[in-house]
Design a protein around this ligand. Sequence first.
Ligand SMILES: [Zn+2]
Length: 236
Amino acid sequence: MSTSRREFLTATASLALLQESSKHPLKIIVAGGHPGDPECGCAGTIARYTDLGHEVTLLYLNRGEGFCGGASLNRCAAIRTGEALKACESLGARAAFASQYDGRAIVDNSHYEAFGRLIDAEKPDVVFTQWPIDRHRDHRAVSILTLDAWFKADNKFALYYYEVAEDTTMFSPTDYVDISSVEPRRRAACYAHVSQQPDKWYPKQVEITRSRGVESGFRQAEAFLRHAESKRAMLP
Ligand SMILES: [Zn+2]
């Protein structure tokens, strides 16, 4: 599949609108299970948005308490919070944390309410979250918590799903963002997560964005699936 001329013109018009709208910056949330997930799936798109003057918040469900390489577990939250802050800084984005615990995600009434309040407080125009058919429980949890917030917000913001290497399954994207020009920044944001040994997963994500690039006519692209009932977002 390649980008048709009509799609190309639509994308060009959208980018012009996006540049124009930076006078009234969009508010964007990228939600993920752990520090590193939003970066893995969306760092290129985040860099493109912030370069255009839009405001992006990375909302992590937990602080990665469950794994940080060789360091003792009681240090993981601090180590991984530091890595997340460094990644956000490199992308010109802000970090926020939903106070759940790594590997023990809870999806119940009070956690739906708490997560919904965090999203509402940001008054987002667009929210990206993980695709729910995923190997990791925390990824499935953040996806379903976001979906609930979106339903409760009555479609006020656009909802898009993203993919991450190794864990996302059965993902058929609807939209693509060209990230060829921001590849070094995407890499820097992912490699900020030193404790997660990015050499093990970053090359797999690059394989994904290369193949998404083949599908969309770019050298490298991040791919998204828009919820079928969501309004369209201006993508960079
Ligand atoms: Zn994760």
